[in-house]
Structure formats: structure tokens, C-alpha cells
Design a protein around this ligand. Sequence first.
Ligand code: BDP
Length: 730
Amino acid sequence: MAVAHKTIIKRITAIGDKKIFVLYFLLLVCSFLHAEDGYELWLRYKPVSDAAVLASYKQKITSIQLNGNSPTLQVIKEELSLAFPGLLKTTVPYVSDFRNGTILIGTPSASSTIKSLGLDSRLNAAGEEGYLIVSKTINGKSCIVITGNSDKGVLYGVFAFLRLLQTQQSIQSLNIASAPLIKLRLLNHWDNLNRTVERGYAGFSIWNWHTLPGYIDQRYKDYARANASIGINGSVLTNVNANATVLTASYLEKVAALANVFRPYGIKVYLTARFSAPVELGRLHTADPLNDTVQQWWKDKVKEIYTLIPDFGGFLVKANSEGQPGPQNYGRTHADGANMLADAVAPYKGIIMWRAFVYSNEVPDDRHKQAYNEFVPLDGKFRPNVMVQVKNGAIDFQPREPFHPLFGAMPKTPLMMEFQVTQEYLGQGTSMAYLAPYFKECLESDTYSNGKGSTVAKIIDGSTQSYSITGMAGVANIGNDINWCGHPFAQANWYSLGRLAWNHELASDQIADEWLRMTFTNDKQFVTAAKSMMMASREIMANYMTPIGLHHIMGTGHHYGPAPWVKLARADWSPVYYHKADSAGIGFNRTATGSNAIGQYFPGARTQWENPATADERYLLWFHHLPWTWKMSDGRTLWDELCHKYNSGVDSVRWMQKTWDAQQSKIDNQRFQQVKMLLAIQQDEAVWWRNACLLYFQTFSKMRIPDQYEKPDKSLEYYMQLRFPFAPGN
Ligand code: BDP
């Protein structure tokens, strides 16, 4: 670039035309101005592009009346001083009176005017965190009121108002009320203290533990802004594979510094608790949860934490899973372990999120069944401040999984959702996979636990089984890459997690629409095209990775790329354990004649999968082992259907490439090129998945790849010898 630039300057100088020189210089400035690195996420606050809309906004927004002076009000002020000049190309003054176009902001307790507006019953419904945005005539002046019962609610209202402007919606007569359906809306960072991120594909951890607490990186604040803008109210800072060091005094000071940054944005910090910390840090000889000294150790530790961080949220715990210590090391149950910690945090209103992601190679049963078998008998045995955190599916965030059978099966225990935002099994950092449809597929699944309509969403939002606390967490995809998430479109998954945790009834395409408008442009043609790519992207990936219910056939350890041939000493980590391909057919029989994992679902839910002839074919091989010649509903044999799905996945990636190429003039060149390059990588990966899987499964089916499809240009041996020793996130 620099070389090309020099050459052009030389040529212009040779021509000696000043006008051309000035023109070139201006073009250069414009192209730099136009370059976007993605750091600003969906909070870019670029000028409203539609002239008529801009004119109407200028009329409706002439002044701000801010009531109150808490730290949260202060951050509202800071946000508005970024947003209004950016969007409206003019500064908006603060006033204490009312004018046409005054934006009146604050709680009713901070403003007697707001109190007198007759909004009481609607404010009651808004709860602690909800907000109202309403057009009102005050003293004969036409104003917009943004209010809530707490400053935090007001902050959410302000961000919602800014979203209206960023997406160029009408603000002529506003009457919006919104309250979150779920109380705890959290990110789980799988960040290690050495700044590597487990399953992170966007660089290193944004937490710079070495320079904390003295150095407060601007990123911490921007992270809080982004989260508050989508309603996220908690952050678990550390990896579930926990390191006890974070509980030492010097690290707790660092945690407290982050908590101080996040507090005005309504975000609490949480930590992961390593169950053996009393042994590792406290030099006790045991971490037995029923031991008095151990209990006291945790109580003292918790007191130390709350002294530094009075609003500390609590602990997330992975215990007795994948080598992590836990209560079972001492012959105790998960409830014993969780309750011991729950008792320690209860006086401070802290909570314990105990993960249900447990399975063991020692247990001979199908891994799919193990969490249910362990946890269902414990229903009713947990303290009220314990939540059991359940992954969306029983195996592990696969491209498509049936919902976890625990949802609906523990009516006396608040279950919270754990989604994975980072795309461990969905193309990692190189692929476009928009996850809102994935999240919604699980949330909308009917558990039938309380009859028809007991969807997973209604379980976790507490409406079916009246939980007192409710939660949804997403394993974060954030790192220190300049654009936070690596792939420019991965930001949409962070965004979706927050929006759906606030309101799981939002439609995926609406979320995509608003994210695209704020992140790229309001240009209609671009939004339509990019949205169609996003909406199709996850299904495309399921087609070229794990169609028809296949699962867990990825590379070992790093989980990058296909490796269905792998057979390890640990069966439950081996792809062959999950696909069970042989000369007779392919798939995992989880019906009554097999592992009977299907028996863990309520009868109403089971029927969609039970009979292979009528089953939802997207899950066919998840529940059934079927012959290669099995007739699919479209008349193809199972083998031909596999060939068809893998090929349609590849074709669709090529369609995404074409669709994207047509957008070049619509957005900044920097992000256009980034996505273009990534789509090319994704195309290669799709071909790799298709070829490797079809060649491998063909060794069992012994059937031809039908003529109409592209033939693999490399051998199975070639794919089997590929190694990725430095693949990220491992
Ligand atoms: C798996 C990840 C592993 C995590 C584990 C977990 O591969 O890195 O530690 O889940 O959720 O998906 O505990």
C-alpha cells in the first residue's frame, strides 16, 4: 500500500498538476476516514444518513434534561455526548426547563415532573431494570421521557432510545415499555490468568491481570458500555477450568478494580471457584464440603471478597468434570458442594451457579445421559441461592443438538441456560455463523414438562416452574483483537446473546437487522443481503459439518476441522463413539433398543425423534443407527442424502461469497475485505469437511458419490495426516 502510494505521488509530481495532487490527497483522506476496524462494535454513532429522518430527529431532540447525579447518570451523560453529536452532527445542550424536543431522563424519584406523569402502573410492570420511552407533552412542550425505577433501568432505556436512532426508526410518537424476561444475563469468560482464552479465537484475554489494578484500560469501559447497551448485567471473569490464584488477595484487588469500572453500567462481577482452593491456597488437608474448617475457609474468603467488592455476584463452578476437583472427590454430592458455597455467599445475597456439564469416562453409560442421571435425583436438595447451569444440549454445543433433557426435569431447582457464543464447534474464528437462530431453536423447543407449550425458554425464564432466580449465560467470544471478536460477524453473536437474554421472544432476523444497521450501514440493499447470509449461515455450517444429526466428529483437542476417523483411549472423546459408522449403517441408537437417552425426555418431546420413519430428519442420526440405504423423506438413500447435504453446504458457502462480493460499494473497504478473505477460508474449510467426511464414510457405505456432485480432489489419507499443533483456543 505504502509503495503503491509513493509511486502514484511520484507520477503526479511528474505531471506537475496541483489539482490532481489535491484530488488524490482528498481521496486518500476519505479512504482513511472510511476505514473501520470494528472496535466501536454496534456503538458507532455515525451520522443519520437519511436526510428526512435526520431532520425529524433534530426537531424531536433539541435539549436534554438529566435528573440525578449517580455514577450511572454520569455514564449516561458520557454516552450521550458521544452519541448525539455523532448521530445528529450537532451537540445537544443540557437544560433544566422544558422545550419542544427536550429529552427528559431520570427516575420518578429524581424528577417530580416524571413522577407526576401518571406512569406508575407501567413503571411497576417495568420492575427494577425495565424502562419506558414515551412521548409526552409537558408544560405545553413536546418532550420524550426516558425513565425507569432505577438509574440502571434508565441507562437501558437510553441505549434503547439510541438504538432507535441508529436504526433510523421513527420517534414521532413513542410508547415503549420493556423489561427483561430473565434476571441474570451473563457472559462467561473462559479466560485464563496468563491471558490465553480457552476456545478463544479473537486474541488474548482483555483482562490484563499484570497491569491491574493500577492501569485501567479504556477497553474495560468500552466492554461495559457494549454490554449495558444489550442488557448484560454480569460477567464471570475467569475460566470454568479454574485457577485458585484469582482468589488470592492481590488478584482480588484486580478484580475489584474491574468491578469499579463495571458498576455504573449495572454489571456485577463473578468468579469461577476452584473447588480445591482451600487445599491449594489455605493449605488445608481437604476440601471436603462437609468439613467445618473447609466451610470456615470459604466463609472467610467470601468475607474478604465482599469487603473489596460489596456487590460481588457470586461463583460459577465446574466440579468433577473433565478433571476438575469437586465434592465427589470426598464422596459428597454436587448438592453438598454447591450448598457449602451457597451458605458462604448467602449473607451477602451472592449466588452459586453450579454447572451440570458433568460426565465421566468411568461411567459406562451414554455420555448424553450422565448429567441427567446425576442431577435429577438432587432436585430440591439445593439451597435457594443455587442455580444449576445447563448447556443447551447434552453433549457439547454441537452445530445441532436436541435440547438438554434436564430442562423441565428439575422443577424445584432454578436451571439457567449456558449457550456458547464463541464458535468452538461452529467454524471458530474463520467462519460466519450467526447464532441467534441456534439459540432460538433451543429456546423454542417444547419440553412438554408441564404439558404442551413448556418450552425451554419458559423453563429458564421461570414462568413454567416459578423459579425465584432466572439466568442465561453465554461463553464469551471476546478477546483483545482490535474488533473484539475476530470475525467481524462474530460480534453479532455477542449482541444476540444479550438481546435474547433480555427478551427471548425477539426474532432472529430482527436482531440481525438492527445489528447490521448499527454495525455496518442502514443501506436497505446491504441489510437485506447480509441478513439473508446471516440467517442461512448456521444451517449451511450444519450441512457441511454434521448433517442429519451427526455430531462430535471434529479434530481432537483443538476441535478444528473434520476427523471422524479418530478413536482415542477415551471412548467419550472419540468421534467413532458418536457416529458409529459400520458396514451396516451410521448413527447412534439412543432409542429404547439402544442407550435409551431418548427416555430422559418427556413423552410429548420424544415423539418428534422416536420413530425414524417420521422423525425430524435434522436429528435422525443423533437418535438412530440406520442402514446406508435407508429411504429419506425426499426419496434419496441415506448415503445420497449425506452426499447431498455436504455438497449443498459447500454450494451455499459459495453463494455467500457471491452475495458478499456484491456489497463492496456499500460498506467500508476494510471490513468488506476482511469478510471476503474469511469467506474464502470458510469455502476451503467447507470443501475440506465435505471431502474428508464423505471419503471416510464411503469406506463403510461402499457407495458411489452421485455423478452430479464435485468429487474430492484429495485422498482420505491426505486429510487424515493433517495436523494443527498451534490451532487457537486449545
Ligand atoms: C468443552 C470445551 C472445553 C470446556 C468444556 C466445558 O471443549 O474447553 O472446558 O466444554 O464447558 O466444550 O467445561
